[in-house]
Structure formats: C-alpha cells, structure tokens
Design a protein around this ligand. Structure first.
Ligand code: UDP
Length: 235
C-alpha cells in the first residue's frame, strides 16, 4: 500500500458552483477525504492551486500587469487557499502545517524539505503553498516537484474529471478514457493531463501520476489501496 502521497487540488475545485472564491463545504469534503487517508496510516502532502482567485497569464493578458507580477499574484492566491485548507484539516481533527515557497512567517512555515518530511512522519498533513516560488511555473509543476522532494510514492491530481481521455470529452462524443498511459503519451498535444514541465519532471523521477475525480467519495483511499478503476494512471 502507498505509504506517502501528494495530492494536488486545483484552485478552481475549491470554488464550487460560484466559479470564484472558496466554498467551505468543499473544503470540508476534501478534509474528510484526507482524514480517511491519514486514519489509514498514509502520510499526506497537499499542493493547492490558485486559479479560483487569479492566474498570472490572465492577470497579464492586456499588458498592464507584467507576467512576472501576475504570477506572484497567482502564487499569493495559492497561499490564501493553503490557509483555508489548513483550517479545514484542523477542523476535521487533523494536525496540519502550511509551508510556503515564499517566506511569510506570520502565515506559515518556510518550505524546508527536511522539516516537511518530519511533519509527515509524525502524521501531520503538510500543505505546500506558493507554488514553486518562481514565476512561469504552475502548481502542477510545484506538485511534481514537492512529490519528488518528499519522496512520495504517488502524485494524485484531484480534478473535476474522472481521468484522462484521448480527446476532449466535452467536445467529442467518441472520446475514450485511458486507464493507463505513458509519460510520452501524456506529453502529446491532444492530451492535457498537466503541463509539459510537470510531466517531464515526473518522467525523470519515475513518479506515477494518478488523475481522478475528487468529488467521488472514498476514491482517494481506493486509489491508495490500489484500486485504479475510477482514474487514469500516467507511469
Ligand atoms: N504560479 C507561479 N509559479 C508557480 C505556481 C503558480 O507563478 O510555481 C502562479 C501562476 O500565475 C498560476 C497561478 O500561480 O497561474 C495559480 O496557479 P495555477 O494556475 O497552477 O492554479 P490551478 O490551475 O491549479 O488552480
């Protein structure tokens, strides 16, 4: 069974129906799913996105805000989400520690990999915020990076869809879900699992990526126990 896992939640997933902001009921649901993992002896790290608040590319679209500044705004958004997730985890009775890639000592710890590993060993959930700390990256890349750094067995990308399709299922009726695919397949243009930087890093480190629907109750624990029927695996 998987001993240590990193789960990536997109910012968008936290927004719920509103499409913006943070839905506390969703936070509560996520915390419950994570608690199931911890109660089963799994060490859990979380990377959270910021797309429910702001994305660098969008903020910089008309040229008034520079891309690098837009990206820092996006990284700050992930810290807002990280604080919220930390609260929800504690509300669910878990111990949680927020670590930020950008120093913000009043809000969370600095990201220190050895400290993160120690928290995990003690059964604390570590929420990694601030992305990689660098502009021009995504939180998917941050997830792959942190998963590799903490020597996670698996990276779970928790999304709104139940896996990876050979083409966009919203556009094509005959789109087929792929149960497993190689890193090279995941890099193909028609398949958008994650951005190329994150896939390349996962490939280099032999980190399996599981794409699943986060709203399917109990799915995270099923995946940890080896039941991959409701997801797609990139390996
Ligand atoms: N971002 C960044 N560097 C990183 C991670 C994130 O600059 O290492 C910025 C980038 O502008 C991105 C925003 O933070 O658009 C929010 O992250 P992302 O879009 O990955 O969030 P998600 O789509 O998962 O909600």
């Amino acid at each position: 069974m998987t001993k240590r896992v990193l789960v990536k939640f997109s910012g968008e997933a936290l927004a719920g129906e509103e499409g913006y902001g943070i839905d506390t009921q969703i936070l509560n649901f996520i915390a419950g799913e994570i608690k199931d993992l911890v109660d089963n002896g799994v060490e859990v790290g979380i990377v959270v996105g910021g797309g429910n608040i702001i994305r660098g590319v969008t903020a910089a679209a008309d040229g008034i805000i520079k891309r690098t500044s837009g990206d820092y705004m996006g990284m700050l958004a992930t810290v807002i989400n990280g604080v919220a997730i930390q609260e929800a985890l504690e509300h669910a009775g878990l111990e949680a520690r927020l670590q930020s890639a950008i120093d913000m000592q009043e809000i969370g710890e600095a990201f220190i990999v050895r400290r993160a590993r120690r928290h995990l060993e003690k059964g604390r959930v570590v929420v990694f915020a601030g992305g990689t700390g660098n502009p021009y990256f995504t939180t998917d890349t941050a997830a792959t990076l942190r998963a590799s750094e903490i020597e996670s067995d698996l990276l779970i990308k928790a999304t709104k869809v139940d896996g990876v399709y050979d083409k966009d299922p919203n556009k094509f009726d005959d789109a087929v879900k792929l149960d497993t695919l190689s890193y090279d397949q995941a890099l193909a243009d028609n398949i958008k699992v994650m951005d190329d930087t994150s896939i390349a890093l996962a490939k280099e480190n032999g980190l399996p990526i599981v794409v699943c629907n986060m709203f399917e109750k109990g799915n995270l624990l099923r995946i940890i126990k080896g039941d991959m029927s409701l997801c797609s695996v990139v390996k």
